[in-house]
Design a protein around this ligand. Structure first.
Ligand SMILES: [Zn+2]
Length: 223
């Protein structure tokens, strides 16, 4: 894994940066798809991991969550609004429109339900980061912000990769996988206003350019 900031590591994956998992202090943030279990367990072997937190309960983030939590015997945390998606069988997919990719994710990526030990809300502390409620892409989407060095774990409020082509660049998340795009755009504006020195995305390489982020968000049409 690669160190991005103090106590912030990005796990390796293939294609590089496509589906990101971070180790932040002793908390694993996101867990890729169901197929991600082995790469996660291999890379965190020997590290102290005491909890697993999600930015949101989509199949490319919660796929290996159940397996990781069971194997390590650690609790799962996620945003309050995504607790039902994580706990109720079938609900991760039911929240997405029934498009081809959603059904693909449903068959191959989605992880089993898992009880949420801690429902995260605005201002909660996770490994030295503050929880920001950033809904839109999912009802209970959260981001994690560390003011001291302006490090932001974005989740999927914005992406830094085109998921169809794997080309780097800022994008809003795909509309069909985002139940409330206007709300997500408001969350994106909020995150850009923080002017993060380091932004770590669910998809795409990290970005150390707050101006670029601000310009991208400023160019988005009003909801
Ligand atoms: Zn995602």
């Amino acid at each position: 894994m690669k160190q991005l900031a103090e106590d912030v590591f990005q796990l390796k994956g293939w294609p590089p940066n496509a589906i990101n998992v971070y180790l932040v202090g002793d908390v694993l943030i996101d867990a890729a798809t169901r197929q991600g279990e082995r790469r996660i367990m291999r890379q965190i072997a020997g590290r102290t991991v005491t909890a697993h937190a999600l930015t949101h309960a989509h199949p490319d983030h919660q796929g290996a969550s159940h397996a990781v939590c069971e194997t390590l015997g650690i609790p799962l945390w996620c945003g309050q609004g995504d607790v039902p998606a994580m706990e109720v069988p079938g609900s991760v997919i039911a929240r997405n429109a029934p498009r081809i990719i959603s059904s693909f994710q449903g068959r191959f990526w989605v992880g089993p339900p898992h009880p949420v030990a801690r429902a995260l809300t605005e201002g909660d502390e996770v490994a030295g980061f503050s929880v920001l409620e950033t809904p839109g892409h999912t009802h209970g989407h959260v981001s994690f912000w560390r003011e001291s060095d302006r490090t932001l774990i974005v989740g999927d409020v914005l992406m830094n990769m085109n998921l169809m082509t794997a080309v780097t660049g800022l994008h809003e998340p795909l509309a069909f996988a985002t139940p409330d795009p206007a709300r997500n755009r408001a969350s994106a504006r909020r995150l850009a206003e923080l002017r993060p020195a380091l932004a770590c995305f669910g998809h795409g390489p990290p970005l150390r350019d707050p101006d670029k982020l601000a310009r991208f968000v400023a160019a988005l049409p009003d909801p």
